[in-house]
Design a binder for this molecule. Structure first.
Ligand SMILES: Cc1ncc(COP(=O)(O)O)c(C=O)c1O
Length: 349
């Protein structure tokens, strides 16, 4: 059997260093308190294999029982593990948003699970089999859009009627710049949640994530024990423990609110610059968004930018052909992008 290619991602790509990285959705600045916590991480000893103190700390902060919480070595690992769990529990099919993060589909395909893609929640309503596993990304990568109250009402009804397993990926929730999440409070306890705070904390090199199991499943222990059994021992490193622990502290929460204010101002500036150069943007609730350049051929443009250390994310592999995903970056990076785009246009004349 030939090996499946690795899913494509933004960020480092094995080429020369990326000086101005618009291709990853992560915050460009590491959160100072989280960075300080990482420096204090105890690397000399194994973490507690049950992560008891960490789960109690996170449970108290999030209003969840510690037994509902599972730690993971990143969202990507959690997606693989939850998909494997779904496969073992006999889930009939996996639904993934499109455009959407590629790892949901890659995980289902690696396990030969029937894969269904949805562009709108109504398609899930029309086609989902009883007990199907449904990934929801809110706000969604790569669009940056959140689900509407009507979408959530549909999912709520579907979950009750067909026993769907709804898995809500909150990777970009702390980076939402507009609007409020519309998930009904009553549904929250019936969802799987995935938190991947390394993006908002600007520390994606630290592999750490948190899974919340639905209340019913955590209480019955059946899925939870299996999910625990699927994780390697010490799945979360000492740095991972430090990152998750810091994420819910008051100073980090405050920092994240300031970060959003800063990103809103930078977004306005960056959008002006791109719109002035003839780019078109799709609606997004986040700093990152899908953009269409005035040129029709994307590849030469992206290649030219990469040649001068600037990276944008071709969104084709995310299900958005002809578009690029661009995150909001600091002023110096924006200036470098304007210079490179103007030079490319000049050369093309
Ligand atoms: C929507 C979404 N979920 C999860 C992940 C995985 O992130 P990590 O493994 O760094 O936690 C990503 C990474 O880009 C993502 O975009």
């Amino acid at each position: 059997m030939s090996a499946a290619p690795l899913p494509l991602h933004g960020g480092p790509d094995g080429g020369p260093p990326v000086r101005h990285d618009f291709s990853s959705n992560a915050s460009p600045w590491p959160a100072p308190a989280a960075l300080a916590a990482l420096r204090r991480a105890d690397r000399r000893h194994y973490p507690d294999p049950g992560y008891q103190a960490l789960r109690e700390h996170l449970g108290a902060a999030l209003g969840r029982a510690p037994q509902q919480l599972l730690v993971a070595s990143g969202g990507a690992e959690a997606i693989r593990r939850l998909t494997l769990l779904a496969r073992l529990r006999g889930v009939p099919e996996v639904w993934v948003p499109t455009p959407g993060f590629g790892d949901y589909a890659a995980a289902a395909q690696a396990l030969a699970l029937p894969l269904r893609r949805y562009a709108a929640v109504d398609e899930v309503a029309e086609g989902a089999a009883a007990g199907a596993w449904v990934w929801i990304c809110d706000p969604c990568n790569p669009t940056g859009r959140g689900l509407s109250a009507a979408d959530w009402a549909t999912l709520d009804a579907l979950q009750r009627q067909r026993g769907l397993q709804l898995a809500l990926d909150l990777a970009y929730a702390p980076l939402r710049l507009d609007g409020e999440p519309a998930c009904p409070t009553a549904l929250r306890g019936r969802l799987w949640h995935l938190h991947c705070p390394n993006k908002a904390l600007g520390l994606t090199g630290v592999r750490a994530a948190l899974i919340e199991a639905p209340q019913e499943i955590a209480a019955a222990r059946e899925w939870r024990d299996q999910a625990l059994a699927l994780a390697p021992s010490w799945v979360l490193s000492a740095e991972g423990v430090a990152l998750l622990s810091a994420w819910v502290e008051a100073d980090v929460t405050e920092y994240l609110a300031q970060l959003r204010t800063r990103l809103r101002a930078l977004r306005q500036r960056q959008h002006r610059g791109l719109l002035r150069r003839g780019w078109r943007v799709e609606p997004s609730d986040c700093g990152f968004a899908l953009w269409q350049p005035p040129q029709t051929a994307l590849a030469p443009l992206l290649q030219a930018l990469r040649g001068v250390g600037i990276k944008l994310r071709d969104a084709e592999s995310l299900g958005a052909p002809g578009r690029v995903r661009i995150s909001v970056q600091p002023v110096a990076a924006q200036r470098a992008l304007w210079a490179a785009l103007d030079a490319f246009k000049e050369q093309a004349r």
